[in-house]
Design a binder for this molecule. Sequence first.
Ligand SMILES: C[S@@+](CC[C@H](N)C(=O)[O-])C[C@H]1O[C@@H](n2cnc3c(N)ncnc32)[C@H](O)[C@@H]1O
Length: 379
Amino acid sequence: MAAAKSFLNKESIREKLENAGVEDIDGAVKELDSMVKKFIRQQEKLAQPQPNEAYESGSPFLEEYPDYEIDRLPGWIKDSLQDARVIGNTKQTVILPNGLKYQLNNTLNHMNGGEWTYFTNSVLNTSYKTSGEDSFAHKIRKIHPTPKPPQLMRDIITFFTKENEIVFDYFMGVGGTLLGAGLCSRRAFGIELNPEYIQAYKMAAREIGCREFECIEGDCLKILTDSSKMKSLLGDEEISLVLLDPPYGNMMSREKTGADIKVYGNVATPFTNSEEDFGNFELALFFEKLKESVEDVLPYVKKRGHVVIFIKDLQPSGKETNLLHAKIVDKLNEIPNLNYKGMKIWADQTAKLFPYGYPFSFVANQIHQYILIFRKEKQ
Ligand SMILES: C[S@@+](CC[C@H](N)C(=O)[O-])C[C@H]1O[C@@H](n2cnc3c(N)ncnc32)[C@H](O)[C@@H]1O
């Protein structure tokens, strides 16, 4: 390596050292100069591309696994298959020249280790846009009072499925889940009571340029128990992920109070006026019916497939804690072959804050929702 060039202005340093009354000026300048050169050498070394030792030690994937079913690999590995190498004693790690690794024994998803770890953070803070191209056709989807951002759904789907696997949402609304599935090359289908929401989903899919998936209009409880309809949707395939954002008890259909009036007006705004609408059930019935729907869908879910549910708590009232998320965990955990695996909290930092309770009492501005994660354990 060429000698590092010091950019020290020795004359000016000398002058400053003299003014400061330093005795060994030559010695001090020399020491400073050698420190600067050492620092520059370190920086030059860091700026050079580092040889990827792990990659260099690997053997070509295509030589190691000539008969591997390529479709089982993630797209990002398939795209660089000629350069992919295999490392590790058990030959289960595929590595690319850029250092990204994929475990061949990953039974859940197509993520590398870094992406996996990032997703497991229990708190997710987002500020998704609601206008422009990055809003994923929000202007169409906003006919629904609570549309979910497709990017949020995409990130959840990416963790709980592999490419081309099947995602199902039987409270699909204007299609946050279905659009999210389209954004990450998964397949999906949905059920929704309100045909206008299905139409809005289809328009949004066209606007975004996303694949349009099959949707059924009707009551999910009736469709989930109609085996010929389910068979016509699924054929012999199984669902990998049921991703649901159910109406929260009778939250939307109650008369509004306080600052909610500013958002929705002081009239009830149910998703639909149907008696089958989960949003119109009293809470106790809502928990029962939600459990019933999950029991009905489970036979169509693959072993170790997931059921992921969004839920927001209601405000406490007197001795009522109204922790809906805790009640749902307990209720669904009663299902013998379904286990609760944990939660993520989604905080929507774009949510508007209102002076609830001011100036008398604490009332939380709930900008977060719970993402409850369950896994089917047995067939
Ligand atoms: C919270 S919203 C879902 C919003 C959706 N995640 C989105 O991105 O638009 C719940 C939806 O479930 C629908 N719904 C309520 N009861 C239903 C039922 N029994 N069968 C099918 N859909 C139902 C409502 O019409 C509403 O659109």
